[in-house]
Design a binder for this molecule. Structure first.
Ligand code: AMP
Length: 308
């Protein structure tokens, strides 16, 4: 029984009001796997890089217990590259460059011992490739979580719409929910998007937390008020990693447990933004994770007696 993660393993170049990086290691699947590794073992990664990708970065994932047998290394080709610049509010960003490189021809191969997966995290990637992974699994996982972004809504909407019919949980941000649904109200957007297929929808609102929708139920998890947000890149993926890592470990996919999983996801996102790239979530201690989750509990807990 295991968690299968697919998504990009990438080079990122990031500009924030605090500074600028050259190419650093990033990618949706990198952040997801690292964040999930604090909750569950048995994480299997399927992705692709070029021969320019550093062996140390693969070693860093393996050190966190991530199995990388499904990470293809393409000789003579270049790793996916993304570059973005954050605005002063740190909630919005512009994509400066996306170079698909190895991703343009990525054909995901699932090693035989990765087949027995109960939890599947379809991290950000072309929807057609995400669908291929689903098709190539001999048994449908217990829970399929999909993350995507506006980039794919712009260039591969039809593929995305047919993929949505096959997933259980979709995670997107508020702007993407509005784009996908054509509705400004997030409540209306959620209803419409759940009509496209997913039973659960998570709408991430950056520093304003996240909403979990299911039929007529809704749950809100705040983001931790942080003194300094250094680099939001990967916050959404770290969120998804904490979320699915906790679910894979507890194997309970009730709405109540999804609510708990959202808090673990939010805790991982809050770490991720404290440093550039994966720096912060590479080396956390269990105590740090526990303390952070406790801060979330304290943040929202209150006693109240209703009058009358
Ligand atoms: P997030 O900040 O959680 O939305 O994710 C940022 C990560 O997504 C970066 O590390 C990028 O390498 C990766 N990324 C950016 N654009 C794409 C894309 N079009 N497809 C897949 N991954 C992407």
């Amino acid at each position: 029984m295991s968690l299968l993660v697919i998504g990009t393993v990438a080079f990122d170049a990031i500009e924030t009001p605090f500074g600028k990086t050259d190419k650093i290691v990033g990618g949706a699947a990198t952040f997801i796997s690292l964040a999930a590794s604090y909750f569950t073992k048995n994480i299997n990664l399927v992705s692709v890089v070029g021969d320019d990708f550093p062996q140390e970065a693969i070693g860093m994932l393996q050190k966190r217990g991530v199995k990388t047998d499904g990470l293809q290394i393409k000789e003579g080709e270049k790793t996916f590259f993304w570059s973005g610049r954050y605005h002063n509010d740190m909630n919005s960003r512009d994509t400066l460059d996306t170079q698909l490189n190895v991703l343009a021809t990525f054909d995901p191969v699932i090693p035989a011992d990765f087949q027995d997966c109960d939890f599947l995290m379809l991290g950000n990637l072309a929807p057609a490739v995400q669908q291929t992974v689903l098709d190539r699994l001999t048994k449908r996982p217990k829970l399929v979580v999909l993350d995507t972004m506006n980039f794919w809504m712009d260039i591969a909407l039809d593929d995305l719409m047919s993929l949505l019919k096959n997933v259980d949980v979709l995670t997107i941000n508020d702007e993407e929910a509005r784009q996908l649904s054509g509705e400004y109200s997030l409540v209306k957007a959620a209803k419409k998007i759940m009509g496209f297929g997913p039973k659960y929808l998570i709408i991430k609102k950056g520093e304003h937390g996240a909403l979990l929708f299911n039929k007529d139920q809704v749950f809100f998890a705040p983001a931790l008020p942080l003194e300094e947000v250094f680099d939001p890149t990967g916050a959404g993926d770290s969120f998804a990693g904490g979320f699915i890592g906790y679910l894979a470990e507890t194997r309970d996919i009730s709405f109540d447990n999804l609510k708990r999983a959202i808090i673990f996801g939010s805790a991982m996102a809050s770490f991720s933004v404290e440093k550039f790239g994966t720096e912060r979530i590479q080396n956390l201690s269990q105590e740090e994770v526990d303390e952070r989750v406790q801060q979330f509990i304290d943040l929202v807990q209150f006693d109240i007696s209703l009058v009358g």
